[in-house]
Design a protein around this ligand. Structure first.
Ligand SMILES: *Cc1c(COP(=O)(O)O)cnc(C)c1O
Length: 361
């Protein structure tokens, strides 16, 4: 009989968490977009919807689990608590089940049944906080305190966990995968910001490795990120939730790192939805609405590059699949009920595809 390894559970748990999605990086896909502007500009999309739960949140939650296990915060009998009904809860439930841990998501009132079913499918439980969305955080933290649980607090912890996880980051994967392309260093990398982790990770990577790419963050309506970046006022708050799931926050979150952003582009919500539909029409890719926000930013920057006579490549992210949003953002009736008129934005995209010029620019 050998002596039991003192960190046996942790070592095995990290191996299991890392092994879940397989060792391969998510694919980098060439987007073949129509029109003269895209003849000199190649667009690539890191397909984060290829993760087992269909969302880029899988990567953030994986880093948080690895970090918590390595830090001794998460042990063989720690319940896991999350404060969302979204993609973080789905990934959290999945990793908790993999480790044989209890998982509970504290969700806002009026959470759609479809979201709750996503958590249940991964073996998680949920409870409704009789609370507005903002108070769900506090309730989850209090619940974790009462039961000796670990609060999977993605707004606070995803960014430091990612920075310190030792896992290959999304930025390392992108540059590795761009290696064989004609323009291996993209002119711009375009992403949205929710926790801010992805943009902070990419921005730091550009500096550490001396890459000349610009980092452009696209930001939806009601988000504090564009005004905070433009004004330099870090505690800017709008008090209004974003309608584009995954991106845009009513206040600047701790992971948001405006100092590494070269440009923040505000994108109207109707434009995000129009671009999500356009992506499906021209490429067949069915992505969530935050990918439409990215694509709108890609088109704006492509138009600018064409105007300046610059050739090169652009990289963005497919953040999640269309699946969770078919009855909301991606349902034309929902958009109309929200007062979102997508038609003018669809016309802009069609005009841009036809002429290579951004209308009105
Ligand atoms: C969370 C999320 C983002 C933003 O990523 P962060 O690293 O949290 O800033 C972008 N797109 C989608 C679909 C997301 O779910």
């Amino acid at each position: 009989m050998g002596v039991e390894h003192p960190h046996g559970w942790a070592v095995d748990a990290i191996r299991r968490v890392r092994g879940d999605g397989g060792p391969a990086p998510t694919p980098l896909r060439r987007l073949r977009l129509p029109g003269p502007a895209f003849q000199d500009v190649e667009v690539h999309a890191k397909d984060e919807s290829a993760h087992p739960t269909g969302s880029m949140k899988y990567r953030l939650v994986r880093a948080m689990f690895c970090h918590a296990i390595a830090s001794g915060t998460l042990t063989a009998d720690t319940p896991v608590i999350a404060a969302t009904s979204g993609a973080v809860a789905v990934a959290g439930a999945r990793f908790a089940r993999l480790l044989g841990l209890e998982f509970t998501a504290v969700v806002p009132g009026r959470t759609p049944a479809r979201a709750l079913a996503g958590i249940e499918r991964e073996g998680g439980r949920w409870r409704v906080g009789e609370l507005p969305p903002a108070a769900v955080q506090e309730e989850a933290g209090a619940l974790a305190g009462r039961c000796g649980g670990w609060f999977l607090d993605h707004f606070t912890d995803a960014e430091p966990a990612t920075a310190g996880s030792g896992e290959p980051t999304i930025a390392e994967e992108i540059f590795e995968q761009m290696g064989g392309e004609p323009h291996p260093v993209p002119a711009w990398i375009v992403v949205g910001a929710g926790t801010g982790t992805t943009s902070a990770t990419i921005g730091r990577h550009l500096r550490r490795h001396g890459h000349g790419s610009g980092l452009a963050v696209v930001d939806p309506e009601n988000s504090a990120y564009f005004p905070a970046w433009a004004s330099g006022c870090r505690d800017y708050a709008t008090g209004m939730p974003s309608r584009i799931p995954g991106i845009g926050r009513p206040r600047t979150e701790p992971g948001f790192l405006p100092t590494v952003m070269d440009l923040v582009i505000p994108v109207p919500d109707a434009a995000s939805i129009a671009a999500t539909r356009w992506l499906r029409t021209v490429t067949g890719i069915e992505a969530g609405p935050a990918t439409g926000t990215n694509l709108w930013g890609i088109c704006r920057l492509t138009a600018r590059m064409r105007e300046e006579g610059v050739r090169g490549s652009l990289v963005t992210v497919i953040g999640d699949t269309a699946e969770p949003y078919r009855a909301t953002c991606l349902d034309p009736d929902w958009a109309r009920a929200q007062g979102l008129d997508c038609a003018p934005h669809e016309a802009v995209l069609q005009e841009f595809a036809r002429t290579g010029r951004w209308p009105g620019a």
